[in-house]
Design a protein around this ligand. Structure first.
Ligand code: SAM
Ligand code: DTB
Ligand code: SF4
Length: 325
């Protein structure tokens, strides 16, 4: 049975003296996961920029003047070639991102379904993040072989409309429900470093912790402050805040993969090592996130060697019968 945490309890965890917090989180990590095993996901922006939403952190929103160049939906062949590269580099999951508000039932969606089928047939877990989806669309994605759907709640319910005004927190939760009903695994997390309070960070973790089942994967992103977006001048996130967020997530979401996501380029190897110790067991690897740079793949593999980490195999969390189906 997973415990229903209160906001007060989560805040108390978050404010525990740092090394004690890391040590508690490491204990939970050992109890529920193979320590040293880290899931490596590759990210690919299949449709870039020109998005109608106003997410203040996002360089792909059409209304902000950023350096992102709009690119229409990639072809299935192009995406297939990228998946081959990701697989030979050692990734076990490929996440396809589209700068859409929501999925529409049109030729582009059919193309995405083809991409999912193609990548799945290569033995990679496929994840997609395409904006809001209906239950019917989520089912079609599941039938095509999608493994996970990423849909972040991004911040607390209270802070949501300070960051995004073109949709609501409820809309986000609605899509997560649709994804669950379709039998997909859920990947949902958020961003720190947007000027939110510690209570907002706790509020976000609180909402995620109360989802049943809890999300299989929770990405914790540090804001990548991009010129031209309303959050361009936010100061960088102190590494200690990232460690606290990850450790707290690990304790209240014991079975979840906690992903040390955007922002790693500004973190030292020592800082990342503390995050892994505090329970992070997933990263995005590859030279680019969606539109912003990420550490070089070879440097990440060097870090894995130094820290004694190994990439997790695809479908390691699925029963064998399902893999063979
Ligand atoms: N359009 C879809 C949506 O919003 O769900 C999918 C793509 S969107 C880029 C996916 C997630 O990327 C966002 O929910 C946000 O958490 C993260 N993200 C976007 N821009 C970011 C930034 N500058 N720094 C950190 N994370 C960011
Ligand atoms: C998530 O939580 N982080 C990823 C992924 N899910 C789609 C995206 C990070 C984007 C960072 C900004 C960019 O590169 O455009
Ligand atoms: Fe669009 Fe997603 Fe960026 Fe928001 S986060 S502007 S929905 S691409």
């Amino acid at each position: 049975m997973i415990k229903d945490w209160t906001k007060e309890e989560i805040l108390a965890i978050y404010n525990t003296p740092l090394l004690e917090l890391v040590s508690k989180a490491a204990e939970v990590h050992k109890q529920f996961h193979k320590t040293g095993e880290v899931q490596v996901s590759s990210l690919l922006s299949i449709k870039t920029g020109g998005c109608p939403e106003d997410c203040s952190y996002c360089p792909q929103a059409a209304r902000y003047h950023t350096e992102v160049k709009v690119h229409k939906l990639m072809s299935v062949a192009e995406v297939s070639a990228c998946a081959d590269n990701a697989k030979s580099g050692g990734a076990s999951r490929m996440c396809l991102g589209a700068a859409w508000r929501e999925v529409r039932d049109n030729k582009d969606f059919d193309k995405v379904l083809d991409m999912v089928k193609t990548i799945n047939s290569k033995g990679l877990e496929v994840c997609a993040t395409l904006g809001m989806v209906t239950e019917d669309q989520a089912k079609k994605l599941a039938e095509a072989g999608l493994y996970a759907y990423n849909h972040n709640i991004d911040t607390s319910e209270e802070n949501y409309n300070n960051i995004i005004s073109t949709r609501t927190f409820e809309d986000r939760l609605g899509t997560i429900k649709n994804v669950r009903k379709a039998g997909l695994t859920v990947c949902s997390g958020g961003i720190i470093g947007m000027g939110e309070s510690a209570e907002d960070r706790i509020g976000m973790l609180y909402t995620l912790s109360l989802l049943r089942p809890q999300p299989e994967s929770v990405p914790i992103n540090a804001l990548v402050a991009v010129e031209g977006t309303p959050l361009a001048d936010q100061p960088p996130v102190p590494i200690w805040d990232m460690v606290r967020m990850i450790a707290t997530a690990r304790i209240i979401l014991p079975r979840t993969s906690v992903r040390l996501s955007a922002g790693r380029l500004s973190m030292s190897m020592e800082g990342q090592a503390l995050c892994f110790l505090a329970g992070a067991n997933s990263i995005f690897a590859g030279d680019k996130l969606l539109t912003t740079p990420n550490p070089k793949y070879n440097e990440d593999m060097e870090m894995f060697k130094i820290l004694g980490l190994t990439p997790k195999k695809a479908f390691a969390d699925k029963p064998v019968e399902e893999i063979l189906e």
